[in-house]
Design a protein around this ligand. Sequence first.
Ligand code: CTP
Ligand code: CA
Length: 225
Amino acid sequence: ATRLLTPQLLKDQVVVVTAGGTTEPLDPVRFIGNRSSGKMGYAVAQVAAMLGAKVILISTRPELAVPAQLERVIYVQTAAELQGAVQAVYDQANIVVMAAAVADFKPVQYAPQKIKKQVNQTDFQLNLTKNPDILAALGQQKTTQFLVGFAAETNDLLSNAQVKLAAKQVDLLVANDVSQTDRGFNADDNEVTLLWADGTTEKLPLTTKVTIATQILTRIAQVQK
Ligand code: CTP
Ligand code: CA
């Protein structure tokens, strides 16, 4: 019903959204993860579908309810799996929103059996190796796609975000202050600043993630015309 009342601003546009935090397994019972809930990405997927888009959601969160009218949902766990999934659909995408929190590092080795502690052992060194920057790779391969990145920062939000906007060659960077628990990670609300490739910035007031998703997608639909 909502769909019928919503202007179809993204009619037939293919929108790819990544959501949630990747996990990097260490052994069969342990992994390295982060606090991303997936809520911001799911809000973007939900609103894009309401605006008439064909939404491909790439998610690390099978426990979340799938929004109505999605074209496809692909579940992944690791950064490598997420990269494979997003690369496979990049050619057909009109808009790509990288809301996922991708692990920057993963264990150098996966132990196929549970790692045991020794009786006399007092500490444990874990060697990590860098994951590829998925968004930066998409930025380099970009042809006609409109590419959206997120930046999670606890400090120096705008200057850090400005660097990411340029380095990853995105069209829009959504800068997210994750230092407060009532917004950002895991919260239903968020307060973000939009940084556009042309240098303009806009701070959106604290509101629900669904409202933020609506504002972001409405603005993208306008500039894409
Ligand atoms: N990202 C990605 N691949 C990575 C790391 C991040 O695609 N290996 C994407 C995220 O999905 C997000 C954007 O890059 O859209 C920014 O992520 P963020 O963690 O804020 O920035 P990083 O570049 O990883 O820098 P840092 O964590 O050091 O601040
Ligand atoms: Ca990071």
